[in-house]
Design a binder for this molecule. Structure first.
Ligand code: FES
Length: 178
């Protein structure tokens, strides 16, 4: 016969309900706090990772020498400071391009990076070709692929002449191709 008292070791229905409600509350509270903590840590990390995708990369015109320094028909290597040099970068802040003078005011600047896997290409003046030493990629003087694995022509940097100075526009990855 039931006496209204709980059976040995078993909480009454009201206690069970309280325990279940407390458990649910604690579960919801832990999930909420966990989500909040993950947000506190994750949002700055996501921001750090996504920033380069949305940030506008600054572009600067860098002088590479007076116009009379360059011979018409010649291709020479020029160096200039990168778009965003770090204060401690030293010479690593410098980058290079192959500059070709095609006319009195007409210049083309090619990226030195091969479009296959990025090895620096060399200019062979006698053959009038760019040669990539890594896998034998060859480019014509106008940057177009002559042979080998490169999939695309050498990218170009914008060039201009200002106040007698030849200037190359910096770019993390040159965007125009010949
Ligand atoms: S990196 Fe230039 S041919 Fe492979």
């Amino acid at each position: 016969m039931s006496t209204g008292t709980p059976e040995c070791g078993r909480p009454p229905e009201r206690e069970k309900l309280k325990i279940t409600t407390r458990r649910r509350f604690l579960t919801v509270l832990s999930i909420g706090m966990g989500t909040f903590a993950a947000g506190l840590i994750g949002i700055p990390i996501l921001g750090f990772l996504a920033a380069p995708l949305v940030e506008k990369v600054p572009r600067f015109w860098r002088p590479v020498g007076p116009i009379e320094k360059f011979k018409v028909g010649a291709t020479v290597e020029v160096t200039f400071v990168d778009a965003s040099p770090l204060p401690w970068a030293g010479v690593a802040a410098k980058t290079a391009a192959w500059l070709r003078r095609n006319g009195e005011q007409e210049f083309i600047a090619f990226s030195v990076d091969c479009t296959h896997l990025g090895c620096p290409v060399r200019w062979l003046a006698d053959a009038e070709l760019f040669l990539c030493p890594c896998h034998g990629g060859v480019y014509y003087a106008n940057g177009k692929v002559a042979s080998g694995p490169p999939p695309k022509p050498l990218p170009r940097y914008p060039v201009r002449v200002r106040n007698g100075q030849v200037e190359v526009q910096t770019s993390p990855v040159p965007i125009t191709t010949s």
